[in-house]
Design a binder for this molecule. Structure first.
Ligand code: ADP
Ligand code: MG
Length: 244
């Protein structure tokens, strides 16, 4: 999967600027960078939720084979849904709007709930779960999707260490199954330990490649310096303006 000279702007303010690179297939890639550096924007662009103002994303993957987990803050869980139904929504495209849920699907959903350590919670309302439990539900739903490409935006934010360990195990399992995982993360040590490849963003691309070559002090310093220089009123990019 590749990104070709990608620029994405919100009302003329570029959040991502001329980004190019290749994601390693079947590998774990971390996306890191200061707050506001365009990490979520990159994931949304790969998912096709945002239209680039320049350049392209080539996923070489059918849309229904891409799974996307937004930042928890962007998810509304006030809806009255039970854990099992929420997990079953992961295979919505297979069920179809008028199709029934087969016994096999129910069994798969319960297996997924078991895998994330939530057996016994099948009939709990999702609104009553802790954020760690809810994140486990969302991972169980990803398990149902059988996606080739999995995009995770800060999956471990505000998670307890047990939940993080469980979900990291799942991510490694996805890798052994040949799935491509791209995750926005904050914890450098975690990135070094678990993610072989890293993209370091600061609205522009600072570095992209094997994690040990990206997570160097000069690169991190450069990303911080770029972030300090941001002035949201000043960085209108006329070169990238296109008619919406
Ligand atoms: P990150 O995930 O790295 O913190 P984002 O991709 O969310 O960064 O945002 C990058 C920049 O784009 C930030 O300056 C942010 O304020 C801005 N931005 C993000 N979403 C919107 C939006 N919907 N409208 C306007 N500006 C946005
Ligand atoms: Mg973000």
């Amino acid at each position: 999967m590749s990104i070709d000279n990608l620029t994405v702007s919100y009302r003329q303010h570029p959040a991502l600027h001329h980004i190019s690179g290749q994601f390693a297939r079947g590998a774990l890639t971390a996306v890191i960078g200061p707050n506001g550096s365009g990490k979520s924007t990159l994931l949304k662009s790969i998912m096709g939720l945002l239209k680039p103002s320049g350049g392209q994303v080539h996923t070489h993957t059918a849309r229904e084979r891409i799974a996307y987990l937004p930042q928890l803050t962007e998810i509304d869980r006030s809806f009255p849904l039970q854990v099992r139904d929420c997990v079953l929504l992961g295979c919505w495209s297979a069920v179809g709007v008028f199709g029934g849920v087969s016994a096999a699907m129910l069994a798969r959903a319960d297996a997924a709930i078991h895998t994330v350590g939530l057996e016994g919670f099948e009939q709990r309302a999702v609104g009553s779960l802790s954020s760690g439990q809810f994140q486990r539900v969302l991972f169980a739903r990803l398990l149902m999707q059988e996606a080739e490409l999995i995009l995770l935006d800060e999956p471990f934010n505000a998670m307890d260490s047990r939940t993080t360990a469980t979900l990291l195990d799942l991510i490694h399992q996805w890798k052994t199954e040949g799935r491509t995982v791209i995750a926005v993360l904050h914890d450098d040590a975690q990135v070094r330990q678990h993610f072989a490849h890293t993209v370091l963003l600061a609205r522009e691309l600072v570095a992209w490649g094997p994690t040990p070559q990206v997570l160097t002090e000069p690169n991190l310093q450069r990303a911080r310096a770029l972030a300090e220089a941001w002035d949201d009123n000043a960085d209108i990019c006329h070169a990238d303006e296109v008619a919406a």
